[in-house]
Design a protein around this ligand. Sequence first.
Ligand code: NAP
Length: 277
Amino acid sequence: MSDAKIPLSGVIGCPIAHSKSPLIHNHWLQKYGIKGHYVPMHVELDDLEATLRQMPKMGFVGANVTLPHKEAVMKIADRVTDRAKLIGAANTLIFREDGSIVADNTDGYGFIFNLHQQVPDWDPKAAPSTVIGAGGASRAVVASLLEAGVPEIRITNRTKARAEKFRQEFGKRITVVDWVEAGLYIDDAGLIVNTTSLGMDGQKRLRVPMDGLHAGVIVYDLVYTPLKTELIKKAESAGCTVIDGLGMLLHQAVPGFERWFGHTPEVDEATRQASLV
Ligand code: NAP
């Protein structure tokens, strides 16, 4: 029997049963004939540090992290990348040979890579963007839009103070818009992104008025259950270019897989289908 190490990875959260990450990574492991395993792991906060310290000794080369541990792992990690620091949360861990833990965030990468892939002629500098929501996912989206060169980002959030914090942290290209006035900032935006959980199965509807939607605008909804949210349907009927949340989810998985299993996976229609099982 060979004693070559079989790389292990997985996703840590609680609850974890809903996670699509095992479907995505196991699809790629099978597609590329890689001997490795990716498993869902239910870990409570009290056990998080002990679990993470034990994992490298058990053959784990890294892990994804999901709610509610995305912030807690930053305090445990031995090194936190600049982009994870900027976003304030980590979703991808790399365990180095010596057992030390590197925490990274690939959500912004997944968001922007998917946007460029879906709309290759998108010009970030051409118009302001409107971002609805100011939670963790929004931070990743805003950081990546600023890096892409968007001249102005209008942020609207139910809890205005959270949006105002963005202005303090990300600077003067951020404009804070009142939640009740958000509908007024739709018609001249080149890109509109919903980063709230509104519109998701089991959550309330997104009530921001979208009467100003028109052809030429890109509407990107981070929600992926359902794939066709009410926002996406409205945008489609107004002639907008629409992007659902699944592409971002698939692309954010790429850097981790590449690092752990040594192969750059392709995000294609088969990957989408595998994640929808
Ligand atoms: P989060 O940090 O908890 O932020 C939630 C956001 O939704 C906040 O802006 C919050 O506003 C807003 N919100 C929640 N309930 C609301 C309500 N009833 N009325 C108005 N606003 C409400 O969560 P997150 O991690 O950013 O995730 C947000 C969404 O993005 C989720 O649906 C998640 O599944 C999705 N997501 C998708 C991807 C992907 O790859 N496609 C990646 C990450 C996240 P307040 O600040 O006022 O509470």
